[in-house]
Write a protein that binds this ligand. Structure first.
Ligand SMILES: Nc1ncnc2c1ncn2[C@@H]1O[C@H](COP(=O)(O)OP(=O)(O)OP(=O)(O)O)[C@@H](O)[C@H]1O
Ligand SMILES: [Mg+2]
Length: 223
């Protein structure tokens, strides 16, 4: 269960003005749910996902994940929380450029404390159809392949919560559907909670719950 309780996020723009990016957003995501977050560019989707992952802290309000408040936790406790609970697929992949596809996935497996990290990383790469690209550096992969490596990295530790920011944004429709099949299959296998941001209405339709953000507020779908 992910509880977003009256969460606001304000950034200071480079010119010094307050940017109210999320405004008193409240949302309850039951364990095992699949949720699509939609909304125009700049509406706060990535910011909200980042707050659920504890990658950023809210200006006001609280984020509670599986009964534990992650608001105000220190960096060390937060990294432990993320390693045990979360798989995160970033909008811009964030692969380590000097490490191969396999190493990028292995590092996540090692951080999660998995035994046999190499074998598990290879298995995760195989699940996204990239076993033959294991030794490639990110610069030697296409955009869609980088996205699939990022997905393999997110699923390698079989986390109970998967947060994905436009995980199919640079994939062709066939591969996008494939990645979606995989996400939904993993979600079922693990009984995981899957929250994803997507601009693709067809793919969003395959999720159980739908949230729409506009200008930092939920305009449809809040519990
Ligand atoms: N660190 C930051 N400092 C200042 N402003 C920020 C920061 N991060 C995000 N913003 C602003 O917050 C707003 C929401 O950003 P966010 O990335 O959450 O949008 P989004 O809904 O994910 O958009 P997209 O669909 O384009 O990815 C944007 O207007 C952005 O410029
Ligand atoms: Mg975004």
């Amino acid at each position: 269960m992910i509880s977003i309780r009256s969460v606001s996020k304000t950034f200071t723009s480079p010119s010094g003005e307050d940017l109210r990016v999320l405004q008193e957003v409240s949302l309850e995501i039951p364990a095992g749910a699949s949720v699509a977050i939609q909304g125009p560019s700049g509406s706060g989707k990535s910011t909200l996902l980042g707050l659920m992952a504890g990658l950023d802290q809210p200006t006001a309000g609280e984020v509670v994940v599986n009964g534990q408040s992650i608001t105000g936790l220190g960096e060390l406790a937060l990294s432990r929380f993320r390693a045990q609970n979360l798989g995160f697929v970033f909008q811009a992949y964030h692969l380590l450029p000097h490490f191969s596809a396999l190493q990028n996935v292995m590092i996540a497996a090692e951080i999660a404390g998995l035994a046999g990290a190499g074998a598990k990383a290879l298995e995760a790469l195989a699940r996204v159809g990239l076993q033959e690209r294991a030794e490639h550096l990110p610069a030697q992969l296409s955009g869609g392949e980088c996205q699939r490596v990022a997905l393999a990295r997110a699923i390698v530790a079989r986390p109970p919560i998967l947060l994905c920011d436009e995980p199919t944004g640079s994939l062709d429709p066939r591969n996008a559907d494939r990645v979606f099949d995989l996400l939904l299959e993993l979600q079922r296998d693990l009984g995981a909670t899957l929250v994803l941001v997507t601009h693709d209405a067809h793919l969003a339709g395959r999720m159980g719950l739908h949230i729409t953000l506009e200008r930092g507020r939920i305009v449809a779908g809040a519990a």
